[in-house]
Design a protein around this ligand. Sequence first.
Ligand code: PLP
Length: 282
Amino acid sequence: EKVLFNGEMKNRDQITIDIEDRGYQFGDGIYEVIRIYNGNMFTANEHLTRLYESAEKIQMAVPFEFEELKSKLTELVKENGLIDGIIYLQLTRGTSLRQHHFPSEPVEPTFVAYTRDFARPLNKMEKGVSAKLVEDIRWLRCDIKSLNLLGNLLAKQEAAAVGGFEAIQHRGETVTEGSSSNVFIIKEGELFTHPATNLILNGITRRCILDICHQNGIKVNEKEFTVNELMEADEVFIASTTSEVMPIVKIDEVEISNGKPGELTKTLQQHFNQLITRNGEK
Ligand code: PLP
């Protein structure tokens, strides 16, 4: 299996990362996860655009042109013979003597991309999963896809410790997002999700779902909703690159939509499947 390291195809054991790489020491960097379906990248343009946006927000430059990066990633997928899986890519500010402020002299950023087999979570998507409510203690720039994930990890661990699939985070009464997903509720046939502000990551899957709703006459409200509204919703689901459209059928000890995936959630899953199938035929 090959790995892209600063633009070159390498074996994993040929790569070294310095102990003073700022990604390693500070989480000073950004990342993306891109889904591969049937050997093709899914929504690659959207993910790569978000990578450039995240880089700009932390005053970093991506050391490749957009099309160059995209073709290198395509090459990596081919080289590794990946059919169903993910590409993980990350970019750090690079290596310099440990100090908090950015390096005074320009340094080369460190870029890594590798692939992994990853099956679609079909069984979970059919049956639904459980979630745990967790206070959102993260910082105020959740719109950046930053390597700094401690807040997200602590939330996910709280859920995992009680057998939950995801942590649903809330700031006070307001539901924000999952630890690695966006959160949606359905009430009386309308969809609600937190607006794309600094308090959430604007998921690519989230955007696909909003497009699907717009194309199919499902009313979308990009509006804050409360923990109470979540618990009393007709349907709840989360969405992410790896979880797709994932029904939530239990939150803490409370059953949602009688413990089964809701009808509108299932409809959205079908539409999302169509997008995947079309992508696979490219
Ligand atoms: N929110 C957070 C905090 C995430 O980490 C992720 C993805 O990992 C998402 C939302 C969903 O984003 P996407 O649909 O682009 O995978």
